[in-house]
Design a protein around this ligand. Structure first.
Ligand code: FAD
Ligand code: NAD
Length: 475
């Protein structure tokens, strides 16, 4: 086998594997190195996203939501059920099958695009050489014209709270519970805390989420965060804000979690503790001597706006570089870099990266929140439309939440769109496309939306920005 490639990608997650596929599509010779090992020792491409993140979490969110809806919503449809139950082992088996299918699919995609998969560790050396160490320990030195670093991220540990893989776990551990914990605590009310907290709460766990900040979802639009808090409370998620965790200890009666809040020192005893306080870039043993690649003070690989590290022919993409830690952000960077390497145009519009939180109701946004736009000194107008006034949402028994649009008061350009409600993650795609083309709220107003659909709520929110909504009174 050749040891020389046009492109070597280190890391086969959602940033690295698309970079390798696009490089192959661009007729470059390419290898993708990945060291991921599952708990059973098997190797798999797909990184955190496919193996222990986006995909398994969404599988369990879907299963647990179906159970929850069967219990709490079907009766409103006139559907009566008796003996509704669930089987965690069956849910986990379904999840594992989805993960396996997705990760094995990458190998087929590699084959079709002519990518050489290499399972093992990759280390960048000076002169665009890569030391590849197979899982059997055998080493080879490979040579590339370009190297793309896509080594991803890992869970942030919390001082005084040691993972034991059993009672105190990270998000991966929380996706693998074999049974529903009676008492669960999640540290961090971020995206993972809210999604995984929802999964186990829906299945019956008494769930406390401890959040250090005094505000829930500070990155979301204020109106969305307020609406979300109401629904989390209704679900029974006990979110405690301003809670500073001081330590955790495993004792025979459970995990004792110490924290302090406005009322002073507190202790909580739970069966399982999940630490989800953010992730940090993973670059362990990635960079040899003299590569010229620099890390910033938080450990991210330093890159410019085009993912160039500053070292000739060395690029970096995904969670290991600045920007939101999202699979679709990494994918766009990977593809753009592979196009630039091939001498083509590549670009990532960092202003239109959508965020989605897969809770119920779902939460999604793109662009500026109302608060951010005001803080930036923009003169704005906003329009909101509640799903309670959407015929389709009502027919779905999903009338909670709203669509909100933030537009420039002068130019009418859409600055941000915020959705909390059914299929928010799907609805936001229209807003992303609109913003990608610098659409005005009038452009959305003049776009025909099929009736009855959830997307009409976005249409009406755009109309409401000019007090021209049809299906709600304009204020
Ligand atoms: P990773 O997915 O971390 O992949 C990096 C890969 O590189 C890994 O396989 C690693 O083993 C390998 N690697 C690292 N160093 C080396 C080396 N030196 N040699 C060889 N291989 C190496 N994002 C979303 O957009 N939507 C979601 O719904 C979502 N849900 C999530 C749920 C959870 C529970 C978690 C934890 C994360 C979630 N994320 C989600 C975030 C998403 O998973 C990450 O943003 C994404 O995986 C980052 O992709 P990446 O390719 O940069 O890194
Ligand atoms: P996060 O940054 O979303 O949230 C971490 C939360 O923990 C924050 O609210 C923070 O204030 C809090 N926190 C930090 N230190 C704390 C402490 N000592 N005690 C209590 N609270 C503390 O991080 P996450 O939820 O761990 O997720 C990691 C990454 O994975 C995120 O960047 C996210 O974008 C990504 N992710 C995305 C999705 C999605 O797109 N749906 C889902 C899951 C994860």
């Amino acid at each position: 086998m050749t040891d020389s490639f046009d492109v070597i990608v280190i890391g086969g997650g959602p940033a690295g594997y698309p970079a390798a596929i696009r490089a192959g599509q661009n007729k470059l010779t390419v290898a993708c190195i990945d060291e991921w090992k599952n708990r059973d020792g098997s190797t798999a491409f797909g990184g955190t996203c496919l193996n222990a993140g986006c995909i398994p979490s969404k599988a369990l969110l879907e299963s647990s939501e179906l159970y929850h809806r069967a219990l709490h919503e079907f009766a409103a449809h006139g559907v009566t059920l008796s003996g509704v139950g669930f089987d965690v082992a069956a849910m986990q088996k379904r999840k594992a099958g989805i993960v396996r299918g997705s990760t094995q699919g990458i190998l087929q995609l590699f084959k079709a695009a002519g990518v050489t998969p290499l399972t093992g560790h990759g280390k960048l050396l000076a002169g665009r050489k890569v030391e590849f160490t197979g899982h059997d320990g055998a080493k080879r030195t490979l040579q590339a014209k370009h190297v793309v670093l896509a080594s991803g991220s890992e869970p942030m540990p919390l001082r005084g709270v040691a993972f034991d893989g059993e009672r105190i776990v990270d998000s991966w551990g929380a996706l693998e519970f074999a049974e529903v914990p009676k008492r669960l605590c999640v540290i961090g009310a971020g995206v993972i805390g809210l999604e995984l907290g929802s999964v186990w709460r829906r299945l019956g766990a008494e769930t406390v989420v401890l959040e250090a900040l005094d505000a829930l979802l500070p990155m979301a639009d204020g109106a969305v965060a307020k609406e979300a808090a109401r629904h989390f409370k209704k679900l029974g998620l006990d979110v405690r804000l301003g809670a500073k965790v001081t330590g955790a200890e495993v004792r025979p009666d459970g995990v004792h979690v110490g924290y302090s809040d406005a009322r002073g020192a507190q202790t909580l005893v739970v069966d399982r503790l999940v630490v989800a306080i953010g992730r940090r870039p993973f670059t362990k043993d990635l960079l040899g001597e003299g590569t010229g690649v620099k890390l910033d003070e938080r450990g991210f690989i330093q890159v410019d706006d085009h993912c160039r590290t500053g070292a000739e022919g060395i690029w970096a993409v995904g969670d290991c570089v600045r920007g939101p830690m999202l699979a679709h952000k990494g994918k766009e960077e990977g593809v753009a870099v592979a196009d630039m390497i091939a001498g083509q145009y590549g670009h990532v519009n960092y202003r239109t990266i959508p965020s989605v939180i897969y809770t119920a109701p779902e939460i999604a946004w793109v662009g500026h929140t109302e608060e951010q736009a005001k803080a930036a000194g923009r003169s704005i107008k906003t329009g909101s439309f509640p799903f309670a006034a959407s015929g389709r949402a009502r027919a779905m028994e999903a009338g909670a939440g709203f669509c909100k649009i933030v537009a420039d008061a002068g130019s009418d350009e859409i600055l941000g769109v915020h959705v909390i409600g059914p299929m928010a993650g799907e609805l936001i795609a229209e807003a992303v496309l609109a913003m990608e083309y610098a659409a005005s709220s009038e452009d959305l107003q003049r776009t025909i939306h099929a009736h009855p659909t959830l997307s009409e709520a976005l249409h009406e929110a755009a109309l409401a920005a000019d007090k021209r909504a049809i299906d709600i009174p304009n204020r």
